[in-house]
Design a protein around this ligand. Sequence first.
Ligand SMILES: NC(=O)c1ccc[n+]([C@@H]2O[C@H](COP(=O)([O-])OP(=O)(O)OC[C@H]3O[C@@H](n4cnc5c(N)ncnc54)[C@H](O)[C@@H]3O)[C@@H](O)[C@H]2O)c1
Ligand SMILES: [Zn+2]
Length: 354
Amino acid sequence: MDSAPELTIQGADGAYPVIIWPGALTDALPAFVRARRFSRVAVITNDTLAPLYGQALVDRLPDAFLVTVPDGEAYKTLSTATALYGELLAGGCDRASLVIALGGGVIGDLAGFVAATFMRGVAFVQAPTSLLAMVDASLGGKVGVDLPQGKNLVGAFKDPLAVFADTETLRTLPPVEWRCGLAEVLKAGLIADPPLIDHLLTRGPDPIEDVIARAVRVKKAVVEQDRLESSVRAYLNLGHTFAHAIEGVSGYTWKHGEAVAVGLVAAARLSVRRGLASPDLAETVERAVTALGLPARYAGLEPAALWDAMRHDKKWQSGTARFVLLRAAGAPCMAADVPRADVIAALESLREGA
Ligand SMILES: NC(=O)c1ccc[n+]([C@@H]2O[C@H](COP(=O)([O-])OP(=O)(O)OC[C@H]3O[C@@H](n4cnc5c(N)ncnc54)[C@H](O)[C@@H]3O)[C@@H](O)[C@H]2O)c1
Ligand SMILES: [Zn+2]
């Protein structure tokens, strides 16, 4: 690779760059901040990433300080946001300050929500360190926190000034988080980039900068198109109706990305069963999922219980069974009123030991 892939995303107030580059935290991000004037720079991260990358980043930035929260989705809350507002004030932040989110999707959503609301909004930069955050959570401007009643129930739209994805940081990402990010990469390929699926099948996720850039282009296309014609954003939910049901019914013992992997196979099988796609599609999806080290099957969960969980999904307005399905790789469609029997049959076929 001899040049950084040049990518921008059209946001509410103009385009922002997405820099995917090994070492971006060392050179490109500090240069970006130094070229602008911020009264203070708050780097928000968690206690896993602070010693790995947080302090080193702060040391390279002018007028910067580190703010650390505990690691985990359990801390993506209003009470953590309240604590962060206090830290920003104590650190001397005002309306001319910058917030940098350094971490996975949890930190991106939380720090983005704080940046969107502190003093009615301050400048914001995303520095995603997980593969999932690089290809998904850091893009598109959705930020927010969880409530006890459910995930992401309070939020805002907050576009960053820029996204800096330093691929060097992926070296310390736990293997399971790596695989979970690959599930979202595969999802991107299935929505709009079939050659990405061939690439994953023949060469694996390598070089990762190229693979990330391709997944970013898919999300870019979807969120930009959605600004004009709202509905295509729903395609990003491919595999996710199933995944959310698996996560919920299992009591959140399943990792999101692993549930998405099963969900992608389930969506492909349901597409075949509904006569939308040919059987090769389901075979290709299953082969890709397995090649990436992700599960294509689940055990122990009742298909009927999964169906009930989907029925209560807030995305199913007025209780009609709506799924993102595929006519082929790269050709998603919305299917309404999908019969329960077809959904149950697709789920039953993926149940281990069934
Ligand atoms: N805003 C959006 O559009 C959007 C889209 C998808 C997901 N999300 C949100 O993203 C979150 C999930 O993101 P995630 O999967 O990145 O989870 P995460 O932020 O919890 O990160 C996963 C784990 O990996 C660790 N980690 C991250 N980068 C690391 C690195 N380079 N080295 C070592 N450890 C590292 C984290 O500390 C954490 O323990 C959820 O809260 C979800 O709701 C948001
Ligand atoms: Zn997802």
